[in-house]
Design a protein around this ligand. Sequence first.
Ligand code: HEM
Length: 107
Amino acid sequence: MAGDAEAGEKVFRKCKACHQVGEGAENKTGPALNGVVGRVIGGHEDFKYSKTLQEMGEAGDTWTPEHLDAFLKKPKDFAKGTKMAFAGLRKDEDRADVIAYLATFEE
Ligand code: HEM
C-alpha cells in the first residue's frame, strides 16, 4: 500500500519522543532518521545500536519499505533484543504513511 507522507507526519508524533528528522536532526534516545529508507540497518555512524540491529547491518540488510513495515509493526519481533522501546504501530495504514513521510528526508 502506498503511504501518504502528509498523514505520516502526524503519525510521526508518536516517534518524536526519541527521534528527530529534518534539518539539524540529531541523535536522541533513538538515531536521527534522515535518509533511513534504503540505508543499511543500524547504519547511522554516530549511534550506538543494539547488537541485533548491528548484526543485521553487518549481514548487509537494508531498511527496505518491507523491513520497515515489519519492524514498525512489532519492533521486538523483527529484531529480537532491539532497544527501541516502542510497542509498534498496529494499523497498516499508519505504518505505510510514516514510511512515506520518512522517505521525504534525505541524508
Ligand atoms: C531505531 C523508527 C519510535 C527508540 C529505529 C529505527 C527506525 C525507527 C527506522 C532504525 C534506525 C536505523 O537503523 O538507523 C521509529 C518510528 C517510530 C519510532 C517510525 C514511531 C512510529 C521510537 C520510540 C523510541 C524509539 C518512541 C523510544 C522510546 C529507538 C531506539 C532505536 C530505534 C533506541 C535503536 C534500536 C536498536 O539499536 O536496537 N527507530 N521509531 N523509537 N528507535 Fe525508533
